[in-house]
Ligand binder design. Structure first.
Ligand code: AVJ
Length: 330
């Protein structure tokens, strides 16, 4: 999720993004339990570090999901008819999408949605080479906001795609709200194909976020580097260490940055104090039982349909169906 690089736009975007960035950082660091929003991990270096994470031996989600998509892509999208639309929320480099595109007809259009104009442009160029007859129609947007399709695409049958267990960054109630936003955007009789990481032996979960090579630590600490660079702060990266724990009651991995000693940091002209051992909570990654996720989907207004998993049930891909007409009072 790199930032737009067009000159005129960059000027505008920078103002808005940094405003929002600055205010959420200050707000998070002002809480009793200090926190920072995980969506800011993904600057250029953070995105590259995340790509490295997906290749780590300990980090099973990406390769497991990719295998599930490869094994069942035909089941997942085989029924998408002529004129169907594949809509991806937070498409980034659209790499996993190719697994589905390989099983789609030639009259299908693909709508990648991402905040990064450059990521969208790169993906579109690559996809147009690989799938010359594919109609690629990117939308630059934050997928958590309400969304409208261009008029010529609005009436087409839509299949949403939200892989990677990004949904796990949200608490179940917020996850349900986001799913409702997707449902309303996609509209009547649409489907959603969504990747969800599963509960498993806590040891395996903890190892996935505490890799031997220290890439996840670098990814977590990079947030401080980004705050220094973009907000003129003076975090000492050496003064914090990465910590990832599993909370079985909440069913989530938590990532923190723990202050190694008493210190003060200034951000946007404000001073924040960190005592030795005090943490900044930087990310939640919720893990679900299959039925538990189906329940979240129901609460959001989707009807859970098929589920695909790997044989060890480490990761799941769910098919959800949005109802034909409004439910309840018409
Ligand atoms: C991209 C949100 C799915 O929660 O596993 C990886 C991000 N954080 N290692 C996850 C992440 C630490 C990842 N998601």
């Amino acid at each position: 999720m790199r930032r737009a690089q067009t000159l005129a736009k960059a000027h505008l975007d920078l103002g808005e993004v940094e405003d929002e960035f600055a205010s959420s950082v200050i707000e998070g660091l002002s809480n009793a339990q200090k926190s920072l929003p995980c969506r800011y991990f993904y600057d250029a270096r953070g995105s590259a570090l995340f790509e490295d994470i997906t290749r780590l031996p300990e980090y099973y989600p990406t390769r497991t999901e990719t295998q599930i998509l490869m094994d069942y892509a035909d089941d997942m999208v085989g029924s998408v008819g002529d004129g169907g639309l594949l809509v991806e929320f937070g498409s980034g480099s659209s790499l996993k999408t190719e697994i589905l595109l390989d099983h789609l007809g030639s009259s299908v259009a693909y709508v990648p949605i991402d905040v990064s104009e450059t990521a969208l442009a790169d993906a579109k160029a690559r996809l147009m080479r690989r799938y010359p007859s594919l109609d690629v129609r990117p939308i630059v947007a934050d997928f958590s906001h309400a969304l409208t399709f261009p008029a010529d695409l609005a009436a087409r049958e839509k299949t949403g795609f939200f892989p990677g267990s990004t949904i796990g960054n949200l608490a179940p109630q917020e996850a349900a709200s986001l799913l409702t936003v997707f449902g309303r955007a996609l509209g009547r009789s649409s489907r959603l194909i969504i990747g969800v990481d599963l509960k498993k032996d806590p040891r395996r979960l903890i190892d996935a976020y505490n890799d031997q090579a220290g890439i996840t630590a670098a990814f977590n600490l990079n947030l401080l580097r980004r705050i220094n660079r973009e907000l003129g702060a003076n975090f000492d990266e050496q003064g914090f260490r990465h910590r990832a724990i599993y909370d079985p009651a909440k069913g989530r991995i938590e990532m923190h940055l723990v202050s190694r000693h008493d210190q003060q940091v200034s951000v946007c002209g404000r001073t924040f104090h960190f005592s030795a051992g005090e943490s900044i909570h930087t990310e939640n990654s919720y893990k679900y039982a299959l039925e538990q996720f189906r329940e979240v989907a129901r609460a959001s207004g989707w009807r859970p349909a098929r589920v695909w998993t790997d044989t060890r049930e480490q990761f799941s891909v769910h098919e959800l169906i949005w109802p034909k007409a409004g439910r309840g009072c018409a």
